[in-house]
Design a protein around this ligand. Structure first.
Ligand code: GLC
Length: 557
Protein backbone atom coordinates (compact mmCIF):
# COMPACT_ATOMS: atom_id res chain seq x y z
CA UNK A 1 0.00 0.00 0.00
CA UNK A 2 1.36 3.40 -0.88
CA UNK A 3 0.39 6.68 0.70
CA UNK A 4 1.10 10.14 -0.61
CA UNK A 5 4.53 9.69 -2.19
CA UNK A 6 5.69 13.18 -1.32
CA UNK A 7 9.43 13.02 -0.73
CA UNK A 8 10.68 14.23 2.63
CA UNK A 9 13.59 16.54 1.99
CA UNK A 10 15.92 15.17 4.63
CA UNK A 11 18.57 17.77 3.85
CA UNK A 12 16.11 20.69 4.11
CA UNK A 13 16.75 23.31 6.79
CA UNK A 14 14.26 22.33 9.48
CA UNK A 15 13.61 25.97 10.38
CA UNK A 16 12.55 27.06 6.88
CA UNK A 17 11.29 23.82 5.31
CA UNK A 18 7.53 24.29 4.63
CA UNK A 19 7.01 20.53 4.98
CA UNK A 20 8.71 20.15 8.37
CA UNK A 21 5.46 18.96 9.99
CA UNK A 22 4.73 16.07 7.61
CA UNK A 23 6.79 13.48 9.45
CA UNK A 24 7.66 15.36 12.61
CA UNK A 25 7.91 13.75 16.03
CA UNK A 26 5.99 16.21 18.20
CA UNK A 27 6.32 16.15 21.99
CA UNK A 28 3.39 17.48 24.01
CA UNK A 29 4.36 19.53 27.05
CA UNK A 30 1.60 19.99 29.62
CA UNK A 31 3.38 22.98 31.11
CA UNK A 32 1.98 22.99 34.62
CA UNK A 33 3.26 19.45 35.13
CA UNK A 34 6.56 19.50 33.25
CA UNK A 35 9.17 21.38 35.30
CA UNK A 36 8.75 23.98 38.04
CA UNK A 37 11.52 26.59 38.14
CA UNK A 38 10.26 28.72 41.04
CA UNK A 39 9.03 26.21 43.59
CA UNK A 40 5.34 27.19 43.55
CA UNK A 41 4.26 23.65 42.67
CA UNK A 42 3.23 24.55 39.11
CA UNK A 43 5.45 23.90 36.13
CA UNK A 44 6.35 27.02 34.15
CA UNK A 45 7.93 28.34 30.96
CA UNK A 46 11.36 28.79 32.50
CA UNK A 47 11.08 25.14 33.50
CA UNK A 48 10.54 24.24 29.83
CA UNK A 49 13.49 26.40 28.77
CA UNK A 50 15.71 24.65 31.31
CA UNK A 51 14.77 21.30 29.80
CA UNK A 52 15.46 22.15 26.16
CA UNK A 53 18.69 20.10 26.32
CA UNK A 54 16.57 17.16 27.52
CA UNK A 55 14.14 17.59 24.61
CA UNK A 56 17.00 17.94 22.19
CA UNK A 57 18.67 14.77 23.47
CA UNK A 58 15.32 12.99 23.22
CA UNK A 59 15.34 13.83 19.54
CA UNK A 60 11.94 15.45 18.98
CA UNK A 61 11.29 17.78 16.05
CA UNK A 62 8.67 19.98 17.70
CA UNK A 63 7.05 20.78 21.02
CA UNK A 64 3.30 21.28 21.37
CA UNK A 65 2.65 23.40 24.43
CA UNK A 66 -0.74 22.92 26.07
CA UNK A 67 -2.34 26.19 27.30
CA UNK A 68 -0.04 28.48 29.29
CA UNK A 69 -2.39 31.49 29.25
CA UNK A 70 -3.83 33.25 32.31
CA UNK A 71 -6.50 30.93 33.68
CA UNK A 72 -8.31 29.99 36.88
CA UNK A 73 -7.57 26.36 35.90
CA UNK A 74 -11.22 25.31 35.99
CA UNK A 75 -10.21 22.94 33.15
CA UNK A 76 -6.45 22.66 33.37
CA UNK A 77 -5.88 25.91 31.45
CA UNK A 78 -8.38 25.17 28.66
CA UNK A 79 -10.39 27.99 30.28
CA UNK A 80 -8.47 30.96 28.90
CA UNK A 81 -8.74 34.45 30.45
CA UNK A 82 -6.51 36.20 27.91
CA UNK A 83 -5.32 34.63 24.66
CA UNK A 84 -2.36 36.94 24.23
CA UNK A 85 -0.58 36.67 27.56
CA UNK A 86 1.14 34.17 29.84
CA UNK A 87 -0.27 33.03 33.18
CA UNK A 88 1.83 35.00 35.70
CA UNK A 89 2.37 31.76 37.61
CA UNK A 90 3.99 30.32 34.47
CA UNK A 91 6.03 33.36 33.51
CA UNK A 92 5.83 36.38 31.24
CA UNK A 93 5.83 37.04 27.52
CA UNK A 94 9.59 37.60 27.83
CA UNK A 95 9.91 34.09 29.30
CA UNK A 96 7.87 32.83 26.37
CA UNK A 97 10.26 34.49 23.93
CA UNK A 98 13.25 32.99 25.78
CA UNK A 99 11.67 29.55 25.58
CA UNK A 100 10.87 29.90 21.86
CA UNK A 101 14.42 31.08 21.17
CA UNK A 102 15.93 28.17 23.14
CA UNK A 103 13.75 25.65 21.29
CA UNK A 104 14.51 27.17 17.91
CA UNK A 105 18.19 27.30 18.79
CA UNK A 106 18.03 23.55 19.30
CA UNK A 107 16.23 23.10 15.95
CA UNK A 108 12.90 22.34 17.66
CA UNK A 109 9.65 23.87 16.36
CA UNK A 110 7.00 25.32 18.67
CA UNK A 111 3.26 24.61 18.40
CA UNK A 112 0.86 26.34 20.80
CA UNK A 113 -2.66 25.37 21.78
CA UNK A 114 -5.50 27.66 20.66
CA UNK A 115 -8.85 27.26 22.42
CA UNK A 116 -11.43 28.93 20.16
CA UNK A 117 -14.68 27.22 21.12
CA UNK A 118 -14.90 28.89 24.51
CA UNK A 119 -13.12 31.42 26.68
CA UNK A 120 -13.08 31.33 30.45
CA UNK A 121 -15.80 33.08 32.41
CA UNK A 122 -13.09 35.50 33.59
CA UNK A 123 -12.30 36.71 30.05
CA UNK A 124 -12.86 40.48 29.71
CA UNK A 125 -15.51 39.87 27.05
CA UNK A 126 -17.51 37.50 29.21
CA UNK A 127 -17.38 39.83 32.19
CA UNK A 128 -18.58 42.61 29.89
CA UNK A 129 -21.39 40.35 28.67
CA UNK A 130 -22.54 39.73 32.24
CA UNK A 131 -22.51 43.46 32.94
CA UNK A 132 -24.47 44.24 29.76
CA UNK A 133 -28.19 43.87 29.07
CA UNK A 134 -29.93 41.13 27.07
CA UNK A 135 -29.50 41.58 23.36
CA UNK A 136 -26.41 43.76 23.77
CA UNK A 137 -23.42 43.50 21.45
CA UNK A 138 -21.39 42.17 24.40
CA UNK A 139 -23.81 39.26 24.88
CA UNK A 140 -23.84 38.55 21.14
CA UNK A 141 -20.21 37.41 21.32
CA UNK A 142 -21.35 34.44 23.42
CA UNK A 143 -24.49 32.32 23.26
CA UNK A 144 -27.15 33.72 25.55
CA UNK A 145 -30.78 32.55 25.42
CA UNK A 146 -33.89 32.98 27.49
CA UNK A 147 -34.96 29.98 29.53
CA UNK A 148 -38.01 27.83 29.02
CA UNK A 149 -40.97 27.24 31.30
CA UNK A 150 -43.47 29.84 32.51
CA UNK A 151 -40.83 32.04 34.17
CA UNK A 152 -37.83 31.02 32.06
CA UNK A 153 -36.45 29.08 35.04
CA UNK A 154 -35.67 26.02 32.94
CA UNK A 155 -32.65 25.87 30.60
CA UNK A 156 -33.24 26.58 26.89
CA UNK A 157 -32.73 22.87 26.07
CA UNK A 158 -31.89 19.62 27.82
CA UNK A 159 -28.36 19.48 26.34
CA UNK A 160 -25.70 18.01 28.59
CA UNK A 161 -22.17 19.36 28.85
CA UNK A 162 -19.28 17.06 27.95
CA UNK A 163 -18.17 17.11 31.58
CA UNK A 164 -21.67 16.22 32.82
CA UNK A 165 -24.63 18.30 33.96
CA UNK A 166 -26.58 20.86 31.95
CA UNK A 167 -24.82 22.67 29.09
CA UNK A 168 -26.61 25.89 30.15
CA UNK A 169 -25.88 28.13 33.12
CA UNK A 170 -28.22 30.85 34.35
CA UNK A 171 -26.98 34.37 35.01
CA UNK A 172 -28.47 36.81 37.58
CA UNK A 173 -30.84 38.53 35.13
CA UNK A 174 -32.41 35.19 34.25
CA UNK A 175 -30.80 34.49 30.86
CA UNK A 176 -28.76 31.35 30.22
CA UNK A 177 -25.46 30.87 28.42
CA UNK A 178 -24.22 27.79 26.59
CA UNK A 179 -21.11 25.92 27.75
CA UNK A 180 -20.44 22.62 25.99
CA UNK A 181 -17.72 22.00 28.61
CA UNK A 182 -17.52 23.42 32.17
CA UNK A 183 -19.72 26.37 33.28
CA UNK A 184 -16.45 28.33 33.55
CA UNK A 185 -16.04 27.84 29.75
CA UNK A 186 -18.76 29.88 27.98
CA UNK A 187 -18.99 29.08 24.25
CA UNK A 188 -18.24 31.84 21.78
CA UNK A 189 -20.75 32.77 19.08
CA UNK A 190 -18.79 32.09 15.89
CA UNK A 191 -21.44 33.80 13.76
CA UNK A 192 -20.16 37.03 15.25
CA UNK A 193 -17.59 38.93 13.18
CA UNK A 194 -15.90 40.37 16.27
CA UNK A 195 -15.15 36.83 17.50
CA UNK A 196 -13.66 35.87 14.14
CA UNK A 197 -11.49 38.99 14.01
CA UNK A 198 -10.33 38.53 17.58
CA UNK A 199 -9.02 35.03 16.86
CA UNK A 200 -7.35 36.13 13.65
CA UNK A 201 -5.57 38.76 15.73
CA UNK A 202 -4.54 36.13 18.27
CA UNK A 203 -3.19 33.80 15.58
CA UNK A 204 -1.24 36.71 14.13
CA UNK A 205 0.06 37.70 17.57
CA UNK A 206 1.65 34.28 18.18
CA UNK A 207 2.74 33.81 14.56
CA UNK A 208 4.55 37.14 14.72
CA UNK A 209 6.24 35.94 17.91
CA UNK A 210 7.72 33.05 15.98
CA UNK A 211 5.29 30.26 16.82
CA UNK A 212 5.48 27.62 14.06
CA UNK A 213 2.07 26.05 14.39
CA UNK A 214 -1.15 25.69 16.32
CA UNK A 215 -3.10 22.83 17.88
CA UNK A 216 -6.78 23.72 17.60
CA UNK A 217 -8.83 22.67 20.60
CA UNK A 218 -12.28 21.14 19.89
CA UNK A 219 -11.95 22.31 16.30
CA UNK A 220 -15.23 20.62 15.33
CA UNK A 221 -17.51 22.59 17.67
CA UNK A 222 -17.18 26.23 16.63
CA UNK A 223 -20.02 26.48 14.09
CA UNK A 224 -23.46 26.02 15.60
CA UNK A 225 -27.04 26.11 14.42
CA UNK A 226 -29.03 27.44 17.33
CA UNK A 227 -32.20 28.29 15.46
CA UNK A 228 -35.37 27.82 17.48
CA UNK A 229 -36.82 25.51 18.56
CA UNK A 230 -33.62 23.91 19.84
CA UNK A 231 -33.72 20.16 19.25
CA UNK A 232 -33.84 17.88 22.28
CA UNK A 233 -30.86 15.67 23.14
CA UNK A 234 -32.90 12.65 22.09
CA UNK A 235 -33.59 14.19 18.69
CA UNK A 236 -29.92 15.09 18.23
CA UNK A 237 -28.86 11.55 19.11
CA UNK A 238 -31.41 10.06 16.72
CA UNK A 239 -30.37 12.24 13.78
CA UNK A 240 -28.02 10.16 11.67
CA UNK A 241 -24.51 8.94 12.35
CA UNK A 242 -22.74 12.28 12.51
CA UNK A 243 -21.70 12.29 8.87
CA UNK A 244 -24.11 14.80 7.36
CA UNK A 245 -22.55 17.94 8.82
CA UNK A 246 -25.93 19.03 10.15
CA UNK A 247 -25.70 18.33 13.89
CA UNK A 248 -26.58 21.44 15.94
CA UNK A 249 -23.00 21.89 17.18
CA UNK A 250 -20.60 19.03 16.35
CA UNK A 251 -18.77 19.00 13.03
CA UNK A 252 -21.05 21.30 11.04
CA UNK A 253 -20.04 21.84 7.42
CA UNK A 254 -19.68 25.60 7.77
CA UNK A 255 -16.99 25.29 10.45
CA UNK A 256 -14.56 25.06 7.53
CA UNK A 257 -15.36 28.62 6.43
CA UNK A 258 -13.59 29.68 9.62
CA UNK A 259 -10.52 27.60 8.82
CA UNK A 260 -10.35 28.90 5.25
CA UNK A 261 -9.80 32.36 6.72
CA UNK A 262 -7.21 30.99 9.13
CA UNK A 263 -5.35 29.25 6.32
CA UNK A 264 -5.07 32.51 4.39
CA UNK A 265 -3.43 34.04 7.45
CA UNK A 266 -1.11 31.05 8.03
CA UNK A 267 0.05 31.23 4.42
CA UNK A 268 1.17 34.84 4.81
CA UNK A 269 4.13 33.50 6.80
CA UNK A 270 7.31 31.81 5.63
CA UNK A 271 7.23 28.95 6.17
CA UNK A 272 3.43 28.87 6.43
CA UNK A 273 2.19 28.35 9.96
CA UNK A 274 0.81 24.86 10.48
CA UNK A 275 -2.24 23.69 12.37
CA UNK A 276 -3.56 20.40 13.62
CA UNK A 277 -7.23 19.97 14.48
CA UNK A 278 -8.42 18.21 17.57
CA UNK A 279 -11.63 17.03 15.95
CA UNK A 280 -13.42 13.99 17.33
CA UNK A 281 -15.36 13.37 14.14
CA UNK A 282 -16.35 10.42 12.03
CA UNK A 283 -13.22 9.18 10.21
CA UNK A 284 -14.82 9.93 6.84
CA UNK A 285 -15.00 13.62 7.74
CA UNK A 286 -11.52 14.10 9.18
CA UNK A 287 -10.06 15.01 5.80
CA UNK A 288 -12.05 18.23 5.72
CA UNK A 289 -10.05 19.51 8.68
CA UNK A 290 -6.78 18.14 7.32
CA UNK A 291 -7.11 19.61 3.83
CA UNK A 292 -4.40 22.03 2.65
CA UNK A 293 -7.11 24.71 2.27
CA UNK A 294 -8.05 24.19 5.90
CA UNK A 295 -6.01 23.48 8.99
CA UNK A 296 -3.69 21.10 7.13
CA UNK A 297 -3.63 18.26 9.66
CA UNK A 298 -6.13 16.59 11.98
CA UNK A 299 -5.47 14.21 14.82
CA UNK A 300 -6.20 10.61 14.05
CA UNK A 301 -7.15 9.12 17.41
CA UNK A 302 -7.90 5.68 15.97
CA UNK A 303 -4.71 4.04 17.22
CA UNK A 304 -5.28 5.57 20.63
CA UNK A 305 -8.71 3.98 20.74
CA UNK A 306 -7.63 0.58 19.46
CA UNK A 307 -6.91 -2.34 21.73
CA UNK A 308 -3.47 -3.93 21.39
CA UNK A 309 -4.58 -6.14 18.54
CA UNK A 310 -2.92 -6.86 15.18
CA UNK A 311 -6.08 -6.80 13.08
CA UNK A 312 -7.30 -3.57 14.62
CA UNK A 313 -3.93 -1.85 14.20
CA UNK A 314 -3.70 -3.01 10.59
CA UNK A 315 -7.12 -1.61 9.73
CA UNK A 316 -6.42 1.69 11.44
CA UNK A 317 -3.07 2.11 9.70
CA UNK A 318 -4.39 1.15 6.26
CA UNK A 319 -7.46 3.37 6.50
CA UNK A 320 -5.52 6.37 7.71
CA UNK A 321 -2.86 6.13 5.04
CA UNK A 322 -5.58 6.00 2.39
CA UNK A 323 -7.16 9.07 3.95
CA UNK A 324 -3.87 10.90 4.11
CA UNK A 325 -3.24 10.17 0.45
CA UNK A 326 -6.71 11.51 -0.40
CA UNK A 327 -6.30 14.80 1.46
CA UNK A 328 -2.63 15.43 0.78
CA UNK A 329 -2.01 15.83 4.50
CA UNK A 330 0.28 13.41 6.28
CA UNK A 331 -1.30 11.16 8.86
CA UNK A 332 -0.96 11.83 12.58
CA UNK A 333 -0.38 9.07 15.12
CA UNK A 334 -1.16 9.35 18.79
CA UNK A 335 -1.06 6.82 21.62
CA UNK A 336 -1.28 9.13 24.63
CA UNK A 337 -2.16 12.73 25.45
CA UNK A 338 -3.38 14.79 28.41
CA UNK A 339 -6.99 13.61 27.99
CA UNK A 340 -6.61 9.84 28.04
CA UNK A 341 -5.35 7.05 30.27
CA UNK A 342 -1.65 6.52 29.49
CA UNK A 343 -1.10 3.76 26.95
CA UNK A 344 1.14 1.67 29.22
CA UNK A 345 -1.85 1.40 31.57
CA UNK A 346 -4.49 0.88 28.87
CA UNK A 347 -2.57 -2.09 27.49
CA UNK A 348 -2.13 -3.60 30.96
CA UNK A 349 -5.85 -3.70 31.68
CA UNK A 350 -8.38 -6.20 30.36
CA UNK A 351 -9.41 -5.26 26.81
CA UNK A 352 -12.45 -3.05 26.34
CA UNK A 353 -14.79 -3.39 23.37
CA UNK A 354 -12.95 -1.57 20.59
CA UNK A 355 -14.09 1.98 19.90
CA UNK A 356 -17.12 1.63 22.13
CA UNK A 357 -16.26 4.45 24.43
CA UNK A 358 -15.79 7.46 22.20
CA UNK A 359 -18.11 9.93 20.62
CA UNK A 360 -17.94 13.35 19.04
CA UNK A 361 -17.82 14.85 22.51
CA UNK A 362 -14.18 13.84 22.89
CA UNK A 363 -14.70 12.01 26.17
CA UNK A 364 -11.70 9.78 25.66
CA UNK A 365 -10.91 9.55 29.35
CA UNK A 366 -13.74 7.07 29.81
CA UNK A 367 -11.36 4.65 28.08
CA UNK A 368 -10.26 3.77 31.58
CA UNK A 369 -10.27 0.04 30.88
CA UNK A 370 -10.92 -2.50 33.58
CA UNK A 371 -10.58 -2.19 37.32
CA UNK A 372 -7.17 -1.14 38.53
CA UNK A 373 -6.49 -4.24 40.61
CA UNK A 374 -6.39 -6.11 37.30
CA UNK A 375 -3.56 -3.89 35.96
CA UNK A 376 -0.54 -5.87 34.80
CA UNK A 377 2.08 -3.11 34.86
CA UNK A 378 4.86 -5.08 33.18
CA UNK A 379 2.67 -6.38 30.36
CA UNK A 380 1.22 -2.90 29.83
CA UNK A 381 4.64 -1.29 29.50
CA UNK A 382 5.94 -4.05 27.27
CA UNK A 383 3.02 -3.60 24.87
CA UNK A 384 3.31 0.18 25.10
CA UNK A 385 6.95 0.02 23.98
CA UNK A 386 6.01 -2.34 21.13
CA UNK A 387 3.16 -0.06 20.01
CA UNK A 388 5.38 3.02 20.24
CA UNK A 389 8.11 1.49 18.12
CA UNK A 390 5.52 0.46 15.54
CA UNK A 391 4.00 3.96 15.57
CA UNK A 392 7.38 5.61 15.10
CA UNK A 393 7.95 3.54 11.97
CA UNK A 394 4.75 4.77 10.29
CA UNK A 395 4.74 7.45 7.61
CA UNK A 396 3.37 10.71 8.97
CA UNK A 397 3.81 12.66 12.17
CA UNK A 398 3.89 11.10 15.62
CA UNK A 399 2.64 12.90 18.72
CA UNK A 400 4.23 11.90 22.02
CA UNK A 401 2.94 12.94 25.44
CA UNK A 402 5.31 13.98 28.21
CA UNK A 403 6.20 11.09 30.49
CA UNK A 404 5.49 8.32 28.02
CA UNK A 405 9.22 8.31 27.27
CA UNK A 406 9.67 7.30 30.93
CA UNK A 407 7.16 4.47 30.55
CA UNK A 408 4.91 6.13 33.11
CA UNK A 409 1.66 4.49 34.05
CA UNK A 410 -1.51 6.38 34.87
CA UNK A 411 -1.60 7.53 38.50
CA UNK A 412 -4.85 6.10 39.75
CA UNK A 413 -4.40 6.68 43.48
CA UNK A 414 -5.10 10.39 43.68
CA UNK A 415 -7.13 11.37 46.75
CA UNK A 416 -10.47 12.91 45.80
CA UNK A 417 -9.52 16.08 47.67
CA UNK A 418 -6.52 16.57 45.35
CA UNK A 419 -8.34 15.98 42.09
CA UNK A 420 -8.70 18.92 39.70
CA UNK A 421 -10.51 17.66 36.60
CA UNK A 422 -14.05 19.03 36.14
CA UNK A 423 -14.94 15.68 34.57
CA UNK A 424 -14.50 14.15 38.04
CA UNK A 425 -16.52 16.77 39.91
CA UNK A 426 -19.39 17.06 37.45
CA UNK A 427 -19.92 13.30 37.47
CA UNK A 428 -20.02 12.89 41.23
CA UNK A 429 -16.69 11.07 40.99
CA UNK A 430 -18.09 8.27 38.79
CA UNK A 431 -15.51 9.16 36.12
CA UNK A 432 -12.07 9.50 37.63
CA UNK A 433 -11.17 12.10 35.04
CA UNK A 434 -7.81 12.99 33.56
CA UNK A 435 -5.63 13.97 36.52
CA UNK A 436 -3.90 10.58 36.49
CA UNK A 437 -1.98 11.38 33.31
CA UNK A 438 -1.20 14.96 34.39
CA UNK A 439 0.89 14.30 37.49
CA UNK A 440 4.18 16.31 37.47
CA UNK A 441 7.11 14.46 35.93
CA UNK A 442 9.85 12.81 38.02
CA UNK A 443 13.29 14.14 37.07
CA UNK A 444 15.37 12.73 39.95
CA UNK A 445 14.64 10.07 42.57
CA UNK A 446 14.89 12.53 45.45
CA UNK A 447 11.85 13.88 47.16
CA UNK A 448 10.20 16.33 47.49
CA UNK A 449 8.60 16.25 44.10
CA UNK A 450 11.24 14.06 42.45
CA UNK A 451 13.09 16.99 40.98
CA UNK A 452 9.98 18.58 39.47
CA UNK A 453 10.56 21.64 41.66
CA UNK A 454 11.30 22.60 45.22
CA UNK A 455 7.72 22.98 46.41
CA UNK A 456 4.84 20.53 46.81
CA UNK A 457 3.63 19.56 43.32
CA UNK A 458 0.11 20.64 42.38
CA UNK A 459 -0.93 16.98 42.01
CA UNK A 460 0.58 14.37 44.35
CA UNK A 461 3.18 12.03 42.87
CA UNK A 462 3.19 8.34 43.85
CA UNK A 463 6.28 6.70 45.34
CA UNK A 464 6.83 4.63 42.22
CA UNK A 465 7.68 7.83 40.31
CA UNK A 466 11.10 7.77 42.04
CA UNK A 467 12.50 4.72 40.21
CA UNK A 468 11.06 6.10 36.93
CA UNK A 469 12.99 9.39 37.23
CA UNK A 470 14.86 10.79 34.25
CA UNK A 471 18.26 10.81 35.99
CA UNK A 472 18.04 7.09 36.74
CA UNK A 473 16.80 6.19 33.28
CA UNK A 474 19.48 8.34 31.73
CA UNK A 475 22.13 6.09 33.27
CA UNK A 476 20.40 2.83 32.35
CA UNK A 477 20.99 1.73 28.76
CA UNK A 478 17.90 -0.51 28.87
CA UNK A 479 15.55 2.20 30.16
CA UNK A 480 12.42 3.28 28.35
CA UNK A 481 13.96 6.75 28.02
CA UNK A 482 16.98 5.43 26.16
CA UNK A 483 14.68 3.20 24.12
CA UNK A 484 12.76 6.31 22.96
CA UNK A 485 15.96 8.26 22.27
CA UNK A 486 17.36 5.52 20.07
CA UNK A 487 14.05 5.08 18.25
CA UNK A 488 13.77 8.81 17.52
CA UNK A 489 17.38 9.03 16.41
CA UNK A 490 16.95 6.13 13.97
CA UNK A 491 13.58 7.43 12.79
CA UNK A 492 15.04 10.86 12.07
CA UNK A 493 17.74 9.35 9.91
CA UNK A 494 15.45 6.99 8.04
CA UNK A 495 12.48 9.12 7.08
CA UNK A 496 12.00 8.86 3.37
CA UNK A 497 8.95 9.13 1.19
CA UNK A 498 5.62 8.70 2.99
CA UNK A 499 5.23 5.13 1.82
CA UNK A 500 4.55 1.85 3.54
CA UNK A 501 4.31 -1.63 2.04
CA UNK A 502 2.77 -4.50 4.00
CA UNK A 503 4.67 -7.77 3.99
CA UNK A 504 2.45 -10.87 4.17
CA UNK A 505 2.59 -12.33 7.68
CA UNK A 506 0.69 -14.40 10.24
CA UNK A 507 -2.54 -12.79 11.46
CA UNK A 508 -1.00 -11.86 14.80
CA UNK A 509 2.04 -10.19 13.22
CA UNK A 510 2.27 -6.79 11.52
CA UNK A 511 5.19 -6.47 9.14
CA UNK A 512 5.83 -3.54 6.82
CA UNK A 513 8.68 -1.94 4.95
CA UNK A 514 9.50 1.72 4.43
CA UNK A 515 11.60 3.18 1.62
CA UNK A 516 15.27 2.35 1.92
CA UNK A 517 14.68 -1.17 3.17
CA UNK A 518 13.68 -0.17 6.71
CA UNK A 519 11.30 -2.80 8.16
CA UNK A 520 9.12 -2.89 11.26
CA UNK A 521 7.73 -6.16 12.62
CA UNK A 522 5.41 -6.43 15.63
CA UNK A 523 4.39 -9.68 17.26
CA UNK A 524 0.94 -9.26 18.86
CA UNK A 525 0.60 -13.03 19.37
CA UNK A 526 1.42 -15.38 22.22
CA UNK A 527 4.32 -17.35 20.67
CA UNK A 528 7.72 -16.14 19.45
CA UNK A 529 8.10 -15.83 15.65
CA UNK A 530 11.04 -16.15 13.27
CA UNK A 531 12.50 -13.03 11.67
CA UNK A 532 13.52 -12.45 8.06
CA UNK A 533 17.13 -11.68 7.22
CA UNK A 534 18.25 -8.18 8.11
CA UNK A 535 20.27 -6.12 10.54
CA UNK A 536 18.53 -5.51 13.85
CA UNK A 537 18.35 -1.74 14.31
CA UNK A 538 16.21 -1.57 17.43
CA UNK A 539 13.83 -3.66 19.50
CA UNK A 540 11.20 -2.82 22.10
CA UNK A 541 12.32 -5.86 24.15
CA UNK A 542 15.26 -8.25 23.71
CA UNK A 543 14.96 -10.95 21.02
CA UNK A 544 14.90 -14.48 22.38
CA UNK A 545 17.20 -16.93 20.61
CA UNK A 546 16.93 -14.85 17.45
CA UNK A 547 13.12 -14.98 17.59
CA UNK A 548 10.71 -12.07 18.05
CA UNK A 549 8.92 -12.71 21.35
CA UNK A 550 5.26 -11.81 22.01
CA UNK A 551 4.34 -8.15 22.52
CA UNK A 552 7.54 -6.96 20.86
CA UNK A 553 8.49 -4.81 17.86
CA UNK A 554 11.76 -5.00 15.97
CA UNK A 555 13.17 -2.66 13.35
CA UNK A 556 15.37 -4.26 10.72
CA UNK A 557 17.58 -2.39 8.31
C1 GLC B 1 -10.04 19.43 24.48
C2 GLC B 1 -8.85 19.38 25.42
C3 GLC B 1 -9.34 19.04 26.79
C4 GLC B 1 -10.30 20.12 27.24
C5 GLC B 1 -11.43 20.31 26.24
C6 GLC B 1 -12.17 21.60 26.49
O1 GLC B 1 -10.65 18.21 24.33
O2 GLC B 1 -7.91 18.46 24.94
O3 GLC B 1 -8.28 18.90 27.71
O4 GLC B 1 -10.85 19.76 28.48
O5 GLC B 1 -10.93 20.41 24.93
O6 GLC B 1 -11.37 22.70 26.18
Amino acid sequence: MTSNPQPFPSNADPLTDPDWWRQAAVYQVYPRSFSDSNGDGLGDLQGVTAKVPYLSALGVDAVWLSPFYPSALADGGYDVDDYRDVDPRLGTLAHFDDMAAALHGAGIKLIVDIVPNHSSNRHAWFREALDSPRGSAARERYIFRDGTGPDGAQPPSDWQSVFGGSAWEQVPDGQWYLHLFAPEQPDFNWDNRAVKDEFLATLRFWSDRGVDGFRIDVAHALAKDLSEPLPSSALLAAEGDGTDGAHAFWDRNEVHDIYTEWRALFNEYTPPRTAVAEAWVHASRRGRYASPEGLGQAFNFDLLQADFDAARFRTVITDNLVQAAETGASSTWVLSNHDVVRHATRYGLPATPADSAKGQDGKAWVLAGGPEEQLDRAAGLRRARAATLLMLALPGSAYLYQGEELGLHEVAAIPDADRQDPAFFRNAGVEKGRDGCRVPLPWTPEEPSFGFGTGAPHLPQPEWFGPAAVSLQDADTDSTLNFYRRALELRGKRQGAEELAWVPSAASVLHFTRPGGWQSITNFGTAAVALPAGTVLHTSAPLEGGLLPPDTTVWLG
